[in-house]
Design a protein around this ligand. Structure first.
Ligand code: PMM
Length: 281
């Protein structure tokens, strides 16, 4: 038995997500992409209809519904475990009705508190991410000095969300927390969060980590000209992070990693699982 993280494959049905915007914005292409990720080893498919990249403007709720519902219906119908990446109660409800079992809310219930009773009544798993503001404003909220640093700040703000989420009736055994890499964080803030996941794990909930293709990796890989590495050429760095997390270098077990190129990460997890099996013998 391996104890490596689950793999959540990203299916962005959006024209403007930073990593893959416009590639899968028609339902048929998104469904085909989801089925490919499933074949590549995804445990969960995360279907989203709103780009959360810095500077993004929000779609109308009707647009978001039109994007995600047909894709969720098809992928859940094909037997996939589907999560919906949404901040809206109405979209979460429609997604659960269409067969999703997980609500992945990057705002942790802050953007639309009505999402919490929907999750509770639907007995869905709820991923609550650390978040401070919508994409158009979030990079104005990267100051953690009042908490004494980013790790303490994210921990304190997630702890406050946990109270609200449980008070709204979401079952503790269905709650998952996420540090929100890249959301209201300076590029250098993401590294201490990754290296100190034990500080978040001690809140008592499983952890999900989404590092795949993010700007902080692009900055790390910047060329001599100082420009960040382009989004499509950050995969190897993300695979390295998945490997480190699976091997325990975040100092806490990670329940799930959210990634774009599922096959590359699945390969890395097979290496870690094989290594662990031999090391245990
Ligand atoms: N990141 C993005 C979108 N949704 N959900 C969770 N739980 N955690 C994340 O880190 C996260 C997320 C942004 O990335 P994308 O535009 O590539 O989907």
């Amino acid at each position: 038995m391996s104890d490596v993280p689950l793999l959540m494959g990203v299916v962005n049905v959006t024209p403007d997500s930073f990593s893959d915007g416009g590639r899968y914005d028609d339902p048929d292409r998104a469904i085909a992409h989801g089925l490919r990720l499933l074949a590549d080893g995804a445990d969960i498919l995360d279907v989203g209809g709103e780009s959360t990249r810095p500077g993004a403007t929000r779609p109308l709720v009707g647009e978001e519904l039109d994007r995600v519902v047909p894709v969720i219906t098809a992928l859940a119908g094909a037997g996939a475990t589907v999560s919906v990446d949404t901040m809206r109660a109405e979209v979460a409800q429609a997604a659960l009705d269409a067969g999703a079992r997980i609500v992945n809310d990057v705002s942790g219930g802050l953007a639309d508190p009505e999402i919490l009773p929907v999750v509770a009544a639907g007995e869905a798993t709820y991923v609550a991410m650390h978040w401070r503001a919508h994409g158009d404003l979030m990079q104005q909220f990267t100051d953690y000095t009042e908490h004494g640093g980013v790790v303490a700040g994210v921990r304190a703000e997630l702890a406050t969300r946990v109270e609200a989420i449980l008070a709204a009736g979401v079952a503790a055994e269905r709650l998952v927390l996420d540090p929100g890499l890249g959301f209201a964080k300076e590029p250098d803030d993401n590294w201490p969060l990754l290296a100190s996941l034990d500080r978040l794990a001690d809140l008592g909930f499983p952890l999900l980590v989404g590092a795949s293709r993010k700007t902080f990796l692009g900055r790390l890989l910047a060329g001599a000209d100082g420009n960040p590495r382009e989004v499509g050429a950050r995969e190897a760095a993300g695979v390295a992070l998945t490997t480190l997390l699976a091997a325990g270098h975040g100092r806490a077990p990670v329940w799930c990693v959210r990634v774009h190129d599922v096959r590359a990460h699945a390969d890395a997890l097979r290496v870690v699982a094989r290594w662990q099996a031999v090391a245990r013998d």
